[in-house]
Design a protein around this ligand. Sequence first.
Ligand code: NDP
Length: 246
Amino acid sequence: MLKGKNAIITGGVRGIGRAIAELFCKNGANVLLCYRSNDAAAEKTQDELAKYGTKVEILKGDVANAEFAVEAVAKAKADFGTLDILVNNAGITKDKLMLQMKSEDFDSVIDTNLKGSFYFLKAASGVMIKQRSGNIINLSSIVGLKGNPGQVNYAASKAGVVGMTMSAAKELGRRNIRVNAIAPGFIETDMTDELNDSQKSKMNEVISLGRMGTPEDVANVALFLASDLSAYVTAQTICIDGGMSI
Ligand code: NDP
């Protein structure tokens, strides 16, 4: 479904980003995966994805740094020739009830999740506008649509991603560039691993499908959005939450 396409996936060496990277490679895409610090996960990902026979490049850096976004996009363009898909996936949480939340914790979550996505969106769209084609997928969260106690910083960043997605889709649609967002619910990754079993089973009670999602559940929708199957879909936020938010 993505044969010959070239993609950047931020945070592509663990969790949801890693699953998206694997599914994209399986479907014929070359990928440039960005990560921040986990060298072991980066090496393992590069080794494991080699079996699909597409190009897998890895770049270490902080998405909260605008220059890193420019560097990553320039590298993808130089090495692959085009940049067809951007998945803005890198994200962090720094949860605390509001009265205990330090402004540094607010800022760092906004810097990574919202500003980081903006830097990559801006750098990638520069290339895509010249190509007159492109596809951008931003990772939001149902927390950005519904809110959650202890996550005002995270909710603000992910709600910002939804607004940014709709605005960018309006700016870029005439240039044949689609921009959509994915809002996962409760997905089994390192990010949610810190919850204990009783917290997890409480969460499962409010999920209509009665289970946490897997990174592959999210990757399948990312593949749909990245492919021509969704050719007339733009500016949307698709919830992947097993019915948790209804
Ligand atoms: P993980 O914590 O498992 O992985 C996050 C990835 O992002 C890692 O590869 C990490 O790099 C990278 N990353 C984090 N910060 C930076 C940074 N500043 N610069 C570059 N890379 C960075 O997260 P998930 O897979 O769980 O989440 C992926 C996305 O999905 C996030 O945006 C998250 O907010 C969103 N989401 C997740 C949900 C869930 O239940 N898991 C629910 C809703 C949304 P490194 O490996 O080097 O640490």
